[in-house]
Write a protein that binds this ligand. Structure first.
Ligand SMILES: [Zn+2]
Length: 227
């Protein structure tokens, strides 16, 4: 004969119901608080007009865990949170880069040179073999002269012309390059006097040279200009 469950057993059996009732009570309290926070008309029908995420964020999680009736609010809140968490687009790649990142340079624009000439560029001091990079996108072509030695002209896509000289080697002698394309190495060809450096010029709009110091100072991240 089946025994009647003891009072204790009945209590144990009832416990899940009691817990459920408690949970429902908590859920109801939470939902009530949500409804109190949110204007009823918006919370029920208008997802886009739901209150700011910040006011619901601390509440929506218990509602979702405890009560099915909170799903609509959770869905609305979650969609807003995903929108808010979308990361910003990455910054565009730089249009200009430092032609010799590991160099030192000063503003030597206009300094006297042999034959009554004036210095029309910036001298970026670096050891033989230091990489030289295309400072901008454009078409490059090799240059060779007694003064400049081995060098390059770069007809920039930005409308400016760039010139570099005294190179030890030139790996790209013609064709299209992007900002940062390795094009050669620092040397002391031409009249560099045995001191390896990149002589660098900027011709705005392809016209006469302008002082390139502010440009390289910017592109080289402030760099480490020589004292
Ligand atoms: Zn120079």
């Amino acid at each position: 004969m089946r025994q009647q469950p003891s009072a204790r057993a009945r209590a144990v059996r009832r416990r899940p119901f009691a817990v459920s009732a408690a949970i429902a009570g908590v859920a109801a309290a939470v939902i009530t608080s949500v409804v109190l926070v949110a204007p009823p008309a918006q919370a029920q029908t208008d997802v886009d007009a739901a209150p700011p995420v910040a006011s619901l964020a601390p509440l929506f999680e218990p509602v979702g865990l405890l009560a099915g009736s909170g799903v609509d609010l959770v869905a609305a809140t979650t969609s807003h949170m995903i929108t808010a968490a979308t990361p910003p687009p990455p910054p565009p790649p730089p249009t200009h880069v430092c032609p010799t990142p590991d160099s030192e340079f000063i503003d030597s624009w206009g300094f006297a040179r042999s034959g009554g000439r004036r210095h029309k560029g910036v001298d970026m001091m670096a050891p033989h073999g230091t990489p030289v990079y295309a400072p901008a996108a454009g078409n490059i072509r090799a240059s060779n002269s007694s003064l400049g030695g081995l060098g390059f002209w770069l007809e920039g896509a930005d409308g400016n012309t760039y010139f570099g000289s005294h190179l030890q080697s030139l790996s790209v002698r013609e064709g299209w390059v992007e900002p940062g394309t390795p094009i050669g190495t620092v040397g002391s060809t031409g009249n560099a006097g045995g001191t390896p450096h990149l002589h660098f010029e900027v011709m705005l709009g392809g016209a006469g040279s302008v002082n390139p110091y502010p440009f390289v100072l910017d592109w080289c991240g402030g760099g480490a200009p020589a004292a």
